[in-house]
Write a protein that binds this ligand. Structure first.
Ligand code: ADP
Ligand code: MG
Length: 323
């Protein structure tokens, strides 16, 4: 096949980002493409910048998410990237494309959700852009953050022997998505999972705690599932990892719902996206902060070796891919 015939489907999301990255030089001392945020030195601080797009039909189903929830989520996923560096949010910018047929009430409710999370985390909206679109809603939020110079937790900082750990529980958002797609009844457990899917909490406090610890080395947020996201830390750091499926922290609602519908909860926890928890590596002698769980360790080599109860698994668990 000629190169000109290649589609983005075969190049992949990360292949395309690499293609873009090769064309640009990054100033010395600045972190550019490849981490959760860009890190730009500014006096005694570093500025953090991140941007994320939510597209109708890809990231959300227009008739399954309330506009308030979409407004909330579009900020949450970006604040999560600020938390992933150990930083704090300074302000947000909202760019939005809406079909002309969109009811005004939809826009008002969207802004209400956006305002609620902005207030909750004390991060004001400072600007943006507004335009019309053909059929689908597209929302792009950019967030500016900050932290003391040199303190950003990069994906490239994992060290041999580090413990691999995560905050919170994994797979709840993936469970919520399945509730929607499989049209399951909204019982109490399902509601918990749906809430985690539709209104994820960015881990700002734990992010700042982990960010302030010298014993925490690499950190990122979990947007595509650890099966995919951990690989970014491993390739950026030039190391491998052993991860045990049985150690993944699962919520009781996910466990119960999975056994009710015959889902494999550990697989969902490993490979479903949009948890927005934090994934980090920490010196093995350090005590893990409350609310975090060890799931494996950093070893020589590359990629993830999956185990279950100490036994090696042969298959390659994959995370969510965008193309
Ligand atoms: P995250 O899931 O943390 O938001 P992504 O996987 O979306 O990160 O992106 C990985 C890296 O690639 C980030 O550093 C992001 O800024 C960069 N990136 C993604 N798309 C583009 C693009 N179109 N142009 C430049 N950089 C990009
Ligand atoms: Mg991220």
């Amino acid at each position: 096949m000629a190169i000109a015939d290649k589609t983005l489907g075969s190049l992949g999301e990360f292949g395309l980002i690499d293609l873009i990255r090769q064309k640009f030089r990054v100033p010395h001392g600045t972190v550019g493409i490849g981490d959760d945020c860009a890190v730009i030195p500014s006096g005694t601080d570093d500025l953090l910048v991140t941007t994320d797009m939510l597209v109708e039909g890809i990231h959300f189903l227009g008739d399954k998410i309330a506009p308030e929830q979409l407004g909330y989520k579009s900020v949450a996923v970006n604040l999560s990237d600020i938390a992933a560096m150990g930083g704090e949010g300074v302000g947000t910018f909202l760019s939005i494309a809406l079909p002309p047929s969109t009811p005004q009430q939809w826009a008002e409710r969207f802004i209400e959700g956006y305002r609620a999370i902005s207030d909750r985390y004390g991060v004001p909206l400072l600007g943006g852009d507004t335009t019309s679109s053909g059929n689908d809603i597209v929302v792009n939020v950019a967030v500016l953050g900050r932290l003391p110079h040199g303190k950003a937790k990069l994906r490239s900082a994992a060290r041999l022997g580090d413990t691999v750990a995560v905050t919170g529980t994994l797979g709840d958002s993936g469970g919520g998505l399945r509730i929607i797609l499989e049209e399951r009844p909204h019982d109490k457990d399902a509601k918990f999972l749906l809430d985690r899917h539709l209104a994820p909490l960015p881990q700002m406090e734990l992010g700042a705690t982990l960010g302030g610890s010298e014993q925490v080395h690499a950190m990122m947020d979990i947007s595509d599932g650890i099966a995919s996201d951990l690989r970014h830390i491993l390739s950026a750091s030039g190391v491998g990892a052993v991860v045990d499926l049985e150690q993944l922290p699962l919520s009781e609602p996910l466990r119960r719902t999975a056994s009710l519908y015959g889902w494999q909860a550990e697989r969902i926890a490993a490979s479903a996206g949009e948890d927005y928890e934090l994934l980090f590596t920490i010196d093995p002698s350090a005590a893990l902060p409350k609310g975090t769980t060890a799931i494996g360790r950093i070893v020589e080599g590359s990629g993830i070796e999956w185990r279950s109860g100490g036994r090696r698994l042969e298959d390659n668990i994959m995370g969510f891919r965008h193309f």
